[in-house]
Write a protein that binds this ligand. Structure first.
Ligand code: ATP
Length: 512
């Protein structure tokens, strides 16, 4: 199965097994909006809890809040979103499809980089042991030509983005001969800026003064509460405020399933530090956040850092943690050193002081901020696409198994009486009633045992406990492991401990 087929499989599996449904499906759906089903919501809740506990519970100097989605409209003026939260868009006149100009150019550069990688792979095979990659990269004329093209486009692109030069952005698309993937033509409109905020109005009067925005990021709710939180928790700098919640962006090109949605959830932490120490903290959080992603247990080669080409108006350093989705390496989390931009700006617009009195320095200042911001839905997608595997078994049949990290699995254990008679269901319910107090457990007595195992594999349940006639005699059950499919006979009284040792979030937190 190639990556494209795998991705299609992830989407259809997510729907078929109750992870994710297109929103408003019976009305033909709503573009780039999705609903989470029974197993999707469990997975999402588990990821959110893991993030929250690893931030708030494991750090004595990080506390949480939950601010409202509606906020005073001036907040978005102060944050720069009204004036600068734009994406450059361009239309293809033949297909009438709309694209982000910056994404078209970035994809073009990524394609050129792929060409280099392919050349290197070919040469490796040709030269075998003797192959010197560094020398090859530096001297092969075809590679240096491609690299020079990338460098030139990159420099021009960076300048155009920084200077908001929309004419040159279009010219780069033309010069690179980028074609529309649908029509195959180069018939592009001018590049225009498009503001990504959704607006709505509050109260009965539809006046512009009542216009509100749906928050495009959760961060501002933290900044405007900075002093409330600092005073009520008596936190000393450095300290952080964490928040998870919905954010809304009217994305120009919303596709790739839940990767880019118009309504999505973020998990953000703003870390307030002494001015001048922010770049140290930035490096610290960069490292810690990558470790968090690695702690999920997927291959480390699936993650990489990418420094930003264009720094946002508020940042003095920024990078992304990218994950290799089935459609390539893409942003999963952003880490930004936001300077004192936000707090200073809110001071200016609100007329209120947002300063911290530092007892060690015996003076007040506006703290600097390092932000970590990870998409919850993108994390769900990373986990689903990395976990879903189709295996061919010894008898030639296949099984779909979701190898979700145990502690994040929607259902942790299933109790399956072999038959619906002879007192096996009662015994099963006895175990179920005990396990459900500790973790999310499912009881299932419908269909053949083989079909029930497959169903649990498909939703990623790490353990299945089967109750059979021997259970009635000696109180033993079989425990089946999702990944190895091995079954072991154990005493029923041991089930709770064995399962909890493997699925409990505490074990995952200890590894951080
Ligand atoms: P992108 O470059 O992909 O548009 P961004 O740099 O605008 O993302 P940030 O503003 O840094 O994203 O937001 C932090 C995180 O929120 C991102 O790393 C991503 O995981 C998530 N996110 C942002 N936009 C979306 C979206 N439209 N749908 C789902 N998740 C999103």
């Amino acid at each position: 199965m190639n990556n494209e087929e795998h991705f299609k499989n992830v989407i259809s599996h997510s729907k078929e097994y109750g992870f994710i449904f297109p929103s408003s499906e019976i009305y033909d759906g709503l573009s780039a909006v999705y609903d989470y089903g029974t197993y999707g919501v469990e997975l999402k809740n588990n990821i959110r809890t893991y993030w929250w506990k690893s931030m708030v519970q494991l750090h004595e100097n990080i506390v949480g809040i939950d601010s409202a989605i509606f906020m005073h409209p001036t907040i978005w003026k102060a944050s720069g979103h009204v004036d600068a939260f734009n994406d450059p868009l361009v239309d293809n006149k033949d297909s009438k499809k709309r694209y982000r100009a910056d994404v078209l150019i970035e994809d073009y550069m990524a394609k050129q980089a792929d060409k280099i990688e392919k050349e290197v792979e070919k040469a490796k095979k040709r030269f075998g042991e003797k192959f010197d990659e560094t020398l090859y990269l530096a001297t092969n004329p075809r590679i240096t030509e491609i690299q020079n093209t990338i460098n030139t486009v990159h420099t021009r692109f960076k300048k155009a983005m920084e200077e908001n030069d929309l004419v040159d952005l279009r010219q780069i698309i033309v010069d690179c001969e980028i074609v529309c993937p649908i029509s195959g033509t180069k018939n592009w409109t001018d590049v225009r800026q498009f503001n990504l905020m959704f607006s709505t109005s509050m109260g009965a009067m539809e006046e512009s003064s009542n216009q509100l925005y749906l928050r495009p990021e959760t961060a501002q709710g933290i900044f405007v509460n900075f002093l409330n939180v600092q005073k009520t928790t008596r936190m000393k700098i450095p300290f952080g405020i964490a928040q998870t919640g919905k954010a809304f962006r009217n994305e120009i090109v919303a596709r790739q399933f839940i990767f880019r949605m118009r309504e999505f959830e973020q998990m953000e932490m703003q870390f307030f530090v002494q001015p001048g120490t922010e770049l140290q903290w930035y490096e610290n959080w960069k490292k810690k956040r990558l470790e968090w992603h690695h702690s999920l247990g997927f291959p480390q080669s699936k993650y990489r850092y990418k420094d930003h080409t264009k720094l946002a108006h508020y940042a003095n350093a920024a990078c992304d943690i990218e994950f290799e989705f089935p459609f390539g390496f893409k942003e999963l989390e952003g880490i930004h050193s936001r300077t004192d931009f936000d707090l200073k700006s809110h001071e200016k617009f609100s007329g209120k002081k947002l300063q911290y009195f530092d007892p060690e320095l015996n003076s007040s200042y506006v703290p600097y901020v390092v932000e970590t911001s990870v998409g919850l839905d993108r994390t769900v997608l990373a986990i689903l696409s990395q976990s879903l595997t189709t295996e061919t078994l010894e008898d030639g049949t296949t099984r779909d198994v979701m190898r979700i990290p145990h502690f994040l699995a929607p259902v942790k254990v299933a109790v399956l009486p072999l038959m619906k008679k002879d007192g096996l269901p009662e015994k099963g319910m006895e175990l179920f009633n005990k396990l459900k107090l500790r973790t999310y457990c499912q009881y299932d007595e419908k269909d053949s045992i083989g079909k029930r195992y497959r169903r649990q594999d498909a939703i990623g349940t790490p353990y299945a406990i089967t109750i059979d006639h021997q259970t009635l005699e000696d109180n033993t059950v079989t425990i089946r492991d999702r990944d190895t499919m091995k079954q072991e006979r154990i005493n029923m009284d041991e089930v709770e401990k064995i399962v909890m040792d493997k699925v409990d979030i505490t074990e995952a937190l200890k590894r951080l």
